[in-house]
Design a protein around this ligand. Structure first.
Ligand code: TXA
Ligand code: MG
Length: 322
């Protein structure tokens, strides 16, 4: 996963757009400008491609990612719009507003973009290059800011190159971004809008439509990146298992799963951390749905994406607030 790539920087002409679209459609990474900051894009329906975003950024945990689409209609293929959400999208898209909405039952977005949540954050960027790249890929595109974890967000192709050279396949250089801060993120509780992240679209513009925005409150809807906003299974989780009992389900890793579990799912038979990351949330869900009450997890190497996988597993294993 640390295998270096050759990063090619393109001008935003037909060749550059086609190269980015092709890379994305094939599960590789492409960085492109939006009106806010440069995004590090991957096919949002391809779990391993999404996992490679976290690997490239060196993110130690899986925060949910924003999915970029062409239009409201495109978004509606994946998430459900309430009346108020629809009004906001009609008014502000394309533009620097992200809406956190329930995933549809038939949603084909990777669970990793939602970090295991039942919602997905989605926005339609107002930048011709971003729009062209999304269209050329034929996919919804997951894209956090195109910077290594912990570094500032990139507003030029040079920033992206400096931070992610060798980790991203394609960069489309569309000059400096206009807004320079990330999009405003809104969630919803009942039909009230909640400001999850202030950003490029000012509060006042939104409040003209929604009335006063709520602040995120613990227990109702939480800001992302926070512990409680992430998926925790119903089952008790035991980490670094080197044996398994007959009362436990097993989340295995590698070619030799421990024997004796009630049920075994393997994060990656070939011990590939990208594959394991892309399976993590989906497999925890599957074990929950199967009614598992105890889950033993085999050790995951603490390298590359293993750090983020172990971070999530540790949270899943932590005592519950209830
Ligand atoms: O301007 C932007 O929004 C940039 C450009 C590239 O479009 N993108 C960006 O993406 O900032 P990202 O993935 O780094 O933003 C993730 C933020 C999280 O910090 C969180 O605030 C929110 O989006 N988010 C994503 N999914 C969520 C979910 N299911 N529930 C709540 N918040 C979510
Ligand atoms: Mg960022």
């Amino acid at each position: 996963m640390s295998d270096a790539k050759v990063t090619i920087v393109y001008t935003p002409d037909d060749t550059g757009i086609a190269a980015a679209g092709k890379a994305l459609a094939e599960g590789r990474l492409a960085a492109f400008p939006t009106e806010t900051v440069y995004g590090l894009g991957a096919d949002a329906t391809n779990g391993e491609a999404v996992a490679s975003i976290y690997a490239a950024k060196g993110r130690p945990s899986f925060n949910p990612l924003i999915v970029h689409v062409k239009s409201v209609e495109h978004a509606a293929e994946y998430v459900t719009f309430s009346d108020i959400a629809r009004k906001l999208a009609d008014r502000f898209w394309p533009g620097p507003l992200t809406l956190v909405l329930p995933r549809r039952g038939d949603c084909t977005l990777s669970l990793l973009v939602s970090a295991g949540l039942a919602t997905a954050a989605i926005r339609c960027p107002d930048h011709p290059v971003a729009q062209a790249v999304i269209a050329a890929s034929g996919k919804p595109i997951a894209a956090p800011s195109a910077n290594p974890s912990g570094r500032i967000s990139p507003t030029s192709a040079a920033h992206v190159y400096d931070g992610l050279q060798g980790k991203v396949d394609v960069i489309v250089d569309g000059g400096n971004t206009e807004i320079g801060v990330e999009s405003t993120v809104l969630g919803f509780t009942a039909d009230k809008a909640v400001l999850l992240r202030p950003g490029g679209l000012p509060r006042a513009a939104i409040e003209e439509i929604t009335g006063p925005l709520l602040a995120p409150q613990a227990g109702i809807i939480t800001s992302p990146g926070q512990l409680s906003s992430h998926y925790a299974p119903n089952a008790k989780v035991r980490l670094n298992a080197t044996s398994v009992s007959a009362e436990e389900a097993l989340l295995a890793f590698g070619p030799v799963p421990l024997a004796g579990a009630t049920q075994t799912l393997n994060l990656s038979k070939r011990a590939d951390l990208l594959e394991a990351a892309s399976n993590l949330f989906a497999m925890l869900h599957t074990l929950d749905e199967a009614g598992a009450t105890r889950i033993a997890v085999m050790p995951i190497p603490q390298e590359g994406l293993g750090e983020a996988i172990n971070d999530r597993l540790k949270r899943a294993a932590a005592p519950r607030q209830s």
